[in-house]
Design a protein around this ligand. Structure first.
Ligand code: DGY
Length: 434
Protein backbone atom coordinates (compact mmCIF):
# COMPACT_ATOMS: atom_id res chain seq x y z
CA UNK A 1 0.00 0.00 0.00
CA UNK A 2 2.90 2.37 0.71
CA UNK A 3 4.06 2.07 -2.95
CA UNK A 4 0.56 2.89 -4.03
CA UNK A 5 0.66 5.94 -1.81
CA UNK A 6 3.72 7.13 -3.76
CA UNK A 7 1.73 6.61 -6.97
CA UNK A 8 -1.17 8.58 -5.53
CA UNK A 9 1.20 11.44 -4.67
CA UNK A 10 2.58 11.31 -8.22
CA UNK A 11 -0.96 11.54 -9.66
CA UNK A 12 -1.71 14.62 -7.58
CA UNK A 13 1.57 16.29 -8.48
CA UNK A 14 1.01 15.57 -12.16
CA UNK A 15 -2.47 17.07 -12.10
CA UNK A 16 -1.26 20.17 -10.22
CA UNK A 17 -1.15 23.25 -12.49
CA UNK A 18 0.76 25.86 -10.44
CA UNK A 19 -2.20 27.14 -8.43
CA UNK A 20 -4.99 24.56 -8.80
CA UNK A 21 -5.56 20.92 -9.80
CA UNK A 22 -7.39 19.38 -12.72
CA UNK A 23 -9.47 16.25 -11.98
CA UNK A 24 -7.70 14.48 -14.87
CA UNK A 25 -6.05 15.15 -18.20
CA UNK A 26 -8.15 15.89 -21.33
CA UNK A 27 -11.55 14.76 -19.96
CA UNK A 28 -11.62 17.44 -17.23
CA UNK A 29 -8.90 20.03 -17.98
CA UNK A 30 -10.02 22.83 -15.59
CA UNK A 31 -10.68 23.36 -11.89
CA UNK A 32 -13.90 21.78 -10.54
CA UNK A 33 -15.42 22.98 -7.26
CA UNK A 34 -15.95 19.78 -5.26
CA UNK A 35 -12.99 18.02 -6.85
CA UNK A 36 -10.80 20.88 -5.74
CA UNK A 37 -11.88 20.62 -2.11
CA UNK A 38 -11.39 16.86 -1.93
CA UNK A 39 -8.04 17.10 -3.69
CA UNK A 40 -6.86 19.60 -1.06
CA UNK A 41 -7.50 16.95 1.61
CA UNK A 42 -5.07 14.62 -0.20
CA UNK A 43 -2.40 17.32 -0.58
CA UNK A 44 -2.73 18.24 3.10
CA UNK A 45 -1.10 14.91 4.00
CA UNK A 46 2.16 15.69 2.20
CA UNK A 47 2.17 19.26 0.84
CA UNK A 48 0.13 21.75 2.88
CA UNK A 49 1.11 24.79 0.77
CA UNK A 50 -0.49 23.17 -2.29
CA UNK A 51 -3.60 22.25 -0.30
CA UNK A 52 -3.94 25.87 0.80
CA UNK A 53 -3.26 27.28 -2.67
CA UNK A 54 -5.91 24.97 -4.17
CA UNK A 55 -8.57 26.44 -1.86
CA UNK A 56 -7.29 29.99 -2.25
CA UNK A 57 -7.57 29.76 -6.04
CA UNK A 58 -11.06 28.29 -5.81
CA UNK A 59 -12.25 31.09 -3.54
CA UNK A 60 -10.57 33.67 -5.73
CA UNK A 61 -13.14 32.77 -8.40
CA UNK A 62 -16.06 33.46 -6.05
CA UNK A 63 -18.66 35.90 -7.38
CA UNK A 64 -19.53 39.09 -5.52
CA UNK A 65 -22.86 37.54 -4.39
CA UNK A 66 -21.03 34.67 -2.66
CA UNK A 67 -21.67 32.08 -5.39
CA UNK A 68 -18.85 29.65 -6.26
CA UNK A 69 -18.94 28.19 -9.78
CA UNK A 70 -18.66 24.50 -10.55
CA UNK A 71 -15.95 24.89 -13.21
CA UNK A 72 -13.32 27.63 -13.39
CA UNK A 73 -11.91 27.79 -16.89
CA UNK A 74 -8.30 28.75 -16.16
CA UNK A 75 -6.98 27.86 -19.60
CA UNK A 76 -8.15 27.69 -23.20
CA UNK A 77 -8.45 24.12 -24.40
CA UNK A 78 -10.74 22.46 -26.88
CA UNK A 79 -10.68 19.03 -25.22
CA UNK A 80 -13.85 19.84 -23.21
CA UNK A 81 -17.45 20.63 -24.12
CA UNK A 82 -19.35 22.74 -23.07
CA UNK A 83 -16.68 25.39 -22.48
CA UNK A 84 -16.85 29.05 -21.41
CA UNK A 85 -18.33 30.28 -24.70
CA UNK A 86 -21.30 28.02 -24.17
CA UNK A 87 -21.83 28.79 -20.49
CA UNK A 88 -21.34 32.58 -20.74
CA UNK A 89 -21.68 33.12 -17.00
CA UNK A 90 -20.64 36.76 -17.46
CA UNK A 91 -24.33 37.35 -18.28
CA UNK A 92 -24.76 37.49 -14.50
CA UNK A 93 -23.87 40.96 -13.14
CA UNK A 94 -22.11 39.52 -10.07
CA UNK A 95 -19.93 37.02 -11.95
CA UNK A 96 -16.17 37.04 -11.52
CA UNK A 97 -14.38 39.68 -13.57
CA UNK A 98 -11.15 37.76 -13.15
CA UNK A 99 -12.07 34.20 -14.22
CA UNK A 100 -14.31 32.59 -16.80
CA UNK A 101 -16.60 30.01 -15.23
CA UNK A 102 -19.88 28.20 -15.44
CA UNK A 103 -23.04 29.70 -13.93
CA UNK A 104 -23.84 26.65 -11.84
CA UNK A 105 -22.35 25.35 -8.62
CA UNK A 106 -21.51 22.02 -6.94
CA UNK A 107 -21.81 20.47 -3.45
CA UNK A 108 -20.27 23.09 -1.12
CA UNK A 109 -17.45 21.08 0.41
CA UNK A 110 -15.23 24.03 1.33
CA UNK A 111 -16.32 24.39 4.97
CA UNK A 112 -15.63 20.82 5.99
CA UNK A 113 -12.48 20.72 3.85
CA UNK A 114 -11.03 23.57 5.91
CA UNK A 115 -11.71 21.55 9.04
CA UNK A 116 -10.07 18.51 7.44
CA UNK A 117 -6.96 20.55 6.68
CA UNK A 118 -6.88 21.48 10.36
CA UNK A 119 -7.37 17.81 11.36
CA UNK A 120 -4.47 16.70 9.16
CA UNK A 121 -2.12 19.63 9.81
CA UNK A 122 1.03 19.18 11.86
CA UNK A 123 1.20 22.92 12.46
CA UNK A 124 -2.29 23.67 13.80
CA UNK A 125 -1.53 27.30 14.60
CA UNK A 126 -0.38 28.10 11.07
CA UNK A 127 -3.31 26.23 9.55
CA UNK A 128 -5.80 28.05 11.75
CA UNK A 129 -4.20 31.31 10.60
CA UNK A 130 -4.72 30.25 6.98
CA UNK A 131 -8.35 29.31 7.72
CA UNK A 132 -8.94 32.65 9.41
CA UNK A 133 -7.70 34.45 6.28
CA UNK A 134 -10.52 33.07 4.10
CA UNK A 135 -13.28 31.58 6.24
CA UNK A 136 -15.52 34.62 5.69
CA UNK A 137 -15.66 33.80 1.98
CA UNK A 138 -17.03 30.36 2.81
CA UNK A 139 -19.56 31.92 5.18
CA UNK A 140 -20.63 34.23 2.36
CA UNK A 141 -21.09 31.21 0.11
CA UNK A 142 -23.45 29.66 2.70
CA UNK A 143 -25.30 32.94 3.01
CA UNK A 144 -25.75 32.88 -0.79
CA UNK A 145 -27.31 29.40 -0.59
CA UNK A 146 -29.72 30.20 2.22
CA UNK A 147 -30.83 33.53 0.78
CA UNK A 148 -30.93 32.66 -2.95
CA UNK A 149 -31.57 28.92 -3.17
CA UNK A 150 -34.35 28.40 -0.65
CA UNK A 151 -37.39 30.23 -2.09
CA UNK A 152 -39.88 28.78 0.42
CA UNK A 153 -37.56 29.36 3.36
CA UNK A 154 -37.54 25.69 4.33
CA UNK A 155 -33.89 25.33 5.38
CA UNK A 156 -33.28 23.22 2.26
CA UNK A 157 -31.47 24.54 -0.79
CA UNK A 158 -32.25 23.54 -4.36
CA UNK A 159 -30.04 22.68 -7.30
CA UNK A 160 -31.16 23.72 -10.77
CA UNK A 161 -29.01 21.40 -12.88
CA UNK A 162 -27.95 17.77 -12.65
CA UNK A 163 -24.33 18.92 -12.94
CA UNK A 164 -24.83 20.83 -9.68
CA UNK A 165 -25.58 17.55 -7.89
CA UNK A 166 -22.22 16.06 -8.83
CA UNK A 167 -24.06 12.80 -9.59
CA UNK A 168 -24.43 13.92 -13.19
CA UNK A 169 -26.47 11.20 -14.94
CA UNK A 170 -28.05 9.46 -11.97
CA UNK A 171 -31.15 7.43 -12.95
CA UNK A 172 -33.02 9.66 -10.50
CA UNK A 173 -32.99 12.41 -13.13
CA UNK A 174 -34.77 10.15 -15.64
CA UNK A 175 -38.03 11.09 -13.89
CA UNK A 176 -37.30 14.76 -14.63
CA UNK A 177 -36.22 14.13 -18.23
CA UNK A 178 -39.67 12.54 -18.70
CA UNK A 179 -41.24 15.92 -17.95
CA UNK A 180 -39.09 17.77 -20.54
CA UNK A 181 -38.80 17.78 -24.30
CA UNK A 182 -35.68 19.75 -25.26
CA UNK A 183 -34.63 20.46 -28.87
CA UNK A 184 -32.36 17.97 -30.63
CA UNK A 185 -29.24 20.18 -30.42
CA UNK A 186 -26.28 19.92 -32.76
CA UNK A 187 -22.96 19.98 -30.88
CA UNK A 188 -19.67 18.19 -30.75
CA UNK A 189 -19.12 16.07 -27.66
CA UNK A 190 -15.50 15.83 -26.45
CA UNK A 191 -15.88 13.46 -23.49
CA UNK A 192 -16.61 10.48 -25.76
CA UNK A 193 -13.36 11.05 -27.65
CA UNK A 194 -11.47 10.38 -24.38
CA UNK A 195 -13.69 7.71 -22.79
CA UNK A 196 -15.80 4.87 -24.20
CA UNK A 197 -19.32 6.15 -24.91
CA UNK A 198 -20.83 3.20 -23.03
CA UNK A 199 -19.37 4.73 -19.83
CA UNK A 200 -20.78 8.23 -20.44
CA UNK A 201 -24.22 9.93 -20.65
CA UNK A 202 -26.23 9.65 -23.89
CA UNK A 203 -26.70 12.36 -26.56
CA UNK A 204 -30.33 12.79 -25.47
CA UNK A 205 -29.23 13.29 -21.87
CA UNK A 206 -26.85 16.03 -23.06
CA UNK A 207 -29.78 17.72 -24.88
CA UNK A 208 -31.49 18.01 -21.50
CA UNK A 209 -28.32 19.28 -19.81
CA UNK A 210 -27.81 21.98 -22.45
CA UNK A 211 -31.46 23.00 -22.51
CA UNK A 212 -31.48 23.81 -18.78
CA UNK A 213 -28.40 26.00 -19.30
CA UNK A 214 -30.05 27.74 -22.26
CA UNK A 215 -33.01 28.68 -20.03
CA UNK A 216 -30.68 29.96 -17.31
CA UNK A 217 -28.75 32.02 -19.89
CA UNK A 218 -31.94 33.53 -21.33
CA UNK A 219 -32.48 34.80 -17.79
CA UNK A 220 -28.90 35.95 -17.22
CA UNK A 221 -28.47 33.30 -14.53
CA UNK A 222 -30.81 35.24 -12.27
CA UNK A 223 -31.62 33.02 -9.26
CA UNK A 224 -35.21 34.18 -8.87
CA UNK A 225 -35.93 33.56 -12.54
CA UNK A 226 -34.25 30.16 -12.40
CA UNK A 227 -36.40 29.21 -9.39
CA UNK A 228 -39.44 30.26 -11.37
CA UNK A 229 -38.58 28.73 -14.74
CA UNK A 230 -36.01 25.96 -14.58
CA UNK A 231 -37.50 22.57 -15.51
CA UNK A 232 -34.95 21.03 -13.13
CA UNK A 233 -35.33 22.18 -9.50
CA UNK A 234 -34.40 19.58 -6.93
CA UNK A 235 -33.66 19.33 -3.21
CA UNK A 236 -30.84 16.81 -3.08
CA UNK A 237 -29.92 14.93 0.12
CA UNK A 238 -26.21 14.75 -0.78
CA UNK A 239 -26.00 18.47 -1.60
CA UNK A 240 -27.87 19.49 1.56
CA UNK A 241 -25.81 17.10 3.69
CA UNK A 242 -22.58 18.60 2.40
CA UNK A 243 -23.87 22.10 3.12
CA UNK A 244 -24.87 21.12 6.67
CA UNK A 245 -21.59 19.33 7.31
CA UNK A 246 -19.77 22.46 6.15
CA UNK A 247 -22.04 24.63 8.33
CA UNK A 248 -21.06 22.57 11.34
CA UNK A 249 -17.39 22.92 10.43
CA UNK A 250 -17.74 26.69 10.17
CA UNK A 251 -19.35 26.77 13.64
CA UNK A 252 -16.41 24.76 15.05
CA UNK A 253 -13.75 26.78 13.25
CA UNK A 254 -15.25 30.19 14.12
CA UNK A 255 -15.40 28.93 17.70
CA UNK A 256 -11.65 28.25 17.63
CA UNK A 257 -10.88 31.57 15.94
CA UNK A 258 -13.09 33.54 18.37
CA UNK A 259 -14.89 36.90 18.09
CA UNK A 260 -17.50 35.73 15.58
CA UNK A 261 -20.59 35.25 17.75
CA UNK A 262 -23.02 36.74 15.18
CA UNK A 263 -21.90 34.37 12.48
CA UNK A 264 -21.97 31.38 14.80
CA UNK A 265 -25.50 32.25 15.85
CA UNK A 266 -26.66 32.53 12.25
CA UNK A 267 -24.95 29.26 11.29
CA UNK A 268 -26.64 27.51 14.20
CA UNK A 269 -30.04 28.72 13.01
CA UNK A 270 -29.39 27.39 9.49
CA UNK A 271 -28.10 24.19 11.01
CA UNK A 272 -31.12 23.56 13.19
CA UNK A 273 -33.65 24.36 10.49
CA UNK A 274 -31.76 22.44 7.80
CA UNK A 275 -31.35 19.32 9.92
CA UNK A 276 -35.05 19.26 10.77
CA UNK A 277 -36.01 19.81 7.12
CA UNK A 278 -33.75 17.05 5.79
CA UNK A 279 -35.28 14.70 8.36
CA UNK A 280 -38.86 15.62 7.63
CA UNK A 281 -38.95 16.31 3.92
CA UNK A 282 -36.13 14.18 2.51
CA UNK A 283 -36.49 11.14 4.76
CA UNK A 284 -38.73 8.42 3.36
CA UNK A 285 -39.83 6.30 6.32
CA UNK A 286 -41.20 3.55 4.09
CA UNK A 287 -37.98 3.14 2.12
CA UNK A 288 -35.93 3.77 5.27
CA UNK A 289 -33.53 6.14 3.48
CA UNK A 290 -33.19 9.76 2.33
CA UNK A 291 -34.42 10.65 -1.15
CA UNK A 292 -34.49 13.60 -3.55
CA UNK A 293 -37.46 15.98 -3.83
CA UNK A 294 -38.53 17.42 -7.18
CA UNK A 295 -39.46 20.99 -6.26
CA UNK A 296 -40.55 21.90 -9.80
CA UNK A 297 -43.12 19.10 -10.06
CA UNK A 298 -43.69 18.94 -6.29
CA UNK A 299 -43.08 15.27 -5.77
CA UNK A 300 -40.58 13.02 -4.04
CA UNK A 301 -38.24 11.02 -6.30
CA UNK A 302 -38.41 7.68 -4.56
CA UNK A 303 -35.15 6.04 -5.65
CA UNK A 304 -32.30 4.71 -3.55
CA UNK A 305 -28.79 5.80 -4.50
CA UNK A 306 -25.50 6.17 -2.63
CA UNK A 307 -26.60 9.79 -1.97
CA UNK A 308 -29.46 8.34 0.11
CA UNK A 309 -27.02 7.29 2.85
CA UNK A 310 -24.85 10.42 2.94
CA UNK A 311 -26.77 12.20 5.77
CA UNK A 312 -24.71 9.93 8.05
CA UNK A 313 -21.70 12.07 7.11
CA UNK A 314 -23.26 15.13 8.79
CA UNK A 315 -24.78 13.05 11.63
CA UNK A 316 -28.29 14.03 10.57
CA UNK A 317 -30.24 10.78 11.21
CA UNK A 318 -31.49 9.68 14.63
CA UNK A 319 -30.12 6.41 15.96
CA UNK A 320 -33.22 4.54 14.75
CA UNK A 321 -33.09 6.12 11.29
CA UNK A 322 -29.39 5.38 10.98
CA UNK A 323 -29.86 1.74 11.93
CA UNK A 324 -32.71 1.29 9.43
CA UNK A 325 -30.73 3.03 6.71
CA UNK A 326 -27.67 0.87 7.19
CA UNK A 327 -29.90 -2.23 7.06
CA UNK A 328 -31.22 -1.05 3.70
CA UNK A 329 -27.67 -0.34 2.51
CA UNK A 330 -26.60 -3.87 3.39
CA UNK A 331 -29.70 -5.48 1.96
CA UNK A 332 -29.55 -3.74 -1.42
CA UNK A 333 -25.91 -2.67 -1.87
CA UNK A 334 -24.10 -5.09 0.45
CA UNK A 335 -24.16 -8.27 -1.64
CA UNK A 336 -20.83 -10.06 -0.93
CA UNK A 337 -20.32 -10.44 -4.72
CA UNK A 338 -20.17 -6.67 -4.99
CA UNK A 339 -17.92 -3.95 -3.69
CA UNK A 340 -19.42 -1.19 -1.58
CA UNK A 341 -20.92 1.11 -2.57
CA UNK A 342 -22.73 1.15 -5.91
CA UNK A 343 -23.90 4.65 -6.82
CA UNK A 344 -27.40 3.42 -7.66
CA UNK A 345 -29.62 0.67 -6.30
CA UNK A 346 -28.22 -2.58 -7.78
CA UNK A 347 -31.64 -4.23 -7.47
CA UNK A 348 -33.30 -1.62 -9.73
CA UNK A 349 -33.96 -1.96 -13.50
CA UNK A 350 -32.18 1.36 -13.98
CA UNK A 351 -28.89 0.08 -12.51
CA UNK A 352 -25.95 -0.03 -14.94
CA UNK A 353 -22.60 -1.11 -13.38
CA UNK A 354 -20.45 0.60 -16.05
CA UNK A 355 -22.18 3.86 -16.81
CA UNK A 356 -20.89 6.83 -14.81
CA UNK A 357 -23.41 7.60 -12.01
CA UNK A 358 -25.90 4.88 -12.93
CA UNK A 359 -24.23 2.20 -10.80
CA UNK A 360 -20.42 2.34 -10.55
CA UNK A 361 -18.58 2.82 -7.24
CA UNK A 362 -17.16 6.32 -6.71
CA UNK A 363 -14.30 6.97 -4.30
CA UNK A 364 -15.66 10.29 -3.04
CA UNK A 365 -19.03 8.77 -2.10
CA UNK A 366 -17.27 5.87 -0.38
CA UNK A 367 -15.21 8.39 1.53
CA UNK A 368 -18.35 10.27 2.73
CA UNK A 369 -19.95 6.97 3.69
CA UNK A 370 -16.85 5.65 5.43
CA UNK A 371 -16.68 8.66 7.77
CA UNK A 372 -20.46 8.68 8.18
CA UNK A 373 -20.56 5.02 9.22
CA UNK A 374 -17.58 5.45 11.51
CA UNK A 375 -19.04 8.52 13.26
CA UNK A 376 -22.36 6.75 13.80
CA UNK A 377 -20.83 3.66 15.36
CA UNK A 378 -21.13 1.19 12.44
CA UNK A 379 -17.51 0.15 12.80
CA UNK A 380 -17.63 -3.17 10.93
CA UNK A 381 -19.39 -1.82 7.86
CA UNK A 382 -17.12 1.24 7.92
CA UNK A 383 -14.17 -1.14 7.89
CA UNK A 384 -15.57 -2.98 4.87
CA UNK A 385 -16.22 0.35 3.10
CA UNK A 386 -12.60 1.33 3.62
CA UNK A 387 -11.15 -2.05 2.64
CA UNK A 388 -13.29 -2.24 -0.49
CA UNK A 389 -12.21 1.26 -1.48
CA UNK A 390 -8.51 0.55 -1.05
CA UNK A 391 -8.80 -2.82 -2.78
CA UNK A 392 -10.51 -1.63 -5.95
CA UNK A 393 -7.82 1.00 -6.38
CA UNK A 394 -5.10 -1.54 -5.72
CA UNK A 395 -6.55 -3.85 -8.35
CA UNK A 396 -7.27 -1.30 -11.07
CA UNK A 397 -5.45 1.99 -10.44
CA UNK A 398 -6.68 5.52 -9.82
CA UNK A 399 -9.72 5.52 -12.08
CA UNK A 400 -12.67 7.86 -11.93
CA UNK A 401 -15.22 5.10 -11.11
CA UNK A 402 -15.35 1.31 -10.78
CA UNK A 403 -17.54 -1.65 -11.50
CA UNK A 404 -19.22 -2.86 -8.28
CA UNK A 405 -19.24 -6.51 -9.47
CA UNK A 406 -16.23 -8.33 -7.99
CA UNK A 407 -15.96 -10.81 -10.88
CA UNK A 408 -15.14 -7.91 -13.23
CA UNK A 409 -12.03 -7.07 -11.19
CA UNK A 410 -10.06 -10.23 -11.95
CA UNK A 411 -7.98 -8.69 -14.74
CA UNK A 412 -7.65 -5.21 -13.28
CA UNK A 413 -9.99 -3.80 -15.94
CA UNK A 414 -12.88 -2.73 -13.80
CA UNK A 415 -11.91 0.95 -13.59
CA UNK A 416 -13.79 3.30 -15.94
CA UNK A 417 -13.94 6.94 -17.03
CA UNK A 418 -10.89 9.14 -16.50
CA UNK A 419 -7.53 7.65 -15.47
CA UNK A 420 -5.11 9.12 -12.93
CA UNK A 421 -8.10 10.78 -11.39
CA UNK A 422 -7.19 13.28 -8.69
CA UNK A 423 -9.80 12.74 -6.01
CA UNK A 424 -9.40 8.95 -6.21
CA UNK A 425 -5.72 9.51 -5.42
CA UNK A 426 -6.36 12.19 -2.78
CA UNK A 427 -8.96 10.27 -0.81
CA UNK A 428 -6.94 7.06 -1.08
CA UNK A 429 -4.14 8.91 0.73
CA UNK A 430 -6.56 10.20 3.35
CA UNK A 431 -8.12 6.78 4.00
CA UNK A 432 -4.72 5.16 4.26
CA UNK A 433 -3.50 7.69 6.82
CA UNK A 434 -6.65 8.48 8.83
C1 DGY B 1 -18.84 16.51 -17.13
O1 DGY B 1 -18.50 17.19 -18.10
O2 DGY B 1 -19.26 15.35 -17.21
C2 DGY B 1 -18.69 17.12 -15.80
O3 DGY B 1 -18.79 16.19 -14.80
C3 DGY B 1 -19.67 18.21 -15.58
O4 DGY B 1 -19.44 18.74 -14.33
Amino acid sequence: MKDLQQNAIAVLNKNWKDKFSIPCDKLYPFQWFWDSGLIAIGFAHFDMPKAEKEIETLLDAQWSNGFIPHIIFHTDTDTYFPGPDFHRSNLHPDSSKKFKSTGMTQPPVTGFVLQDLYRISKDKKATLGFIESLIDKVYKNHEYFYTQRDPQNEGLVYIYHNWESGTDNSPIWDDIWDTMNPPDYTFERRDTTHVDASERPSKREYDHYLHIIEIAKQNNYNDEKIAELSPFLVQDPLFNTVLLKSNQSLIDLYGMIGNNEDKIEQLKKWQEKGTAAVNSKLYDAELGVYIHYDLRNEKPLRHISSSSFTPLFANLPSETQAKKMVDVMMEKFGNPDQYLCASFDPTSDRFNPKKYWRGPVWINLNWFLYYGLQQNGFKDIAKRMKQDTLEIIKKNGFYEYFDPRKEEHKNGKAGYGGYNFSWSAALFIDLLNE
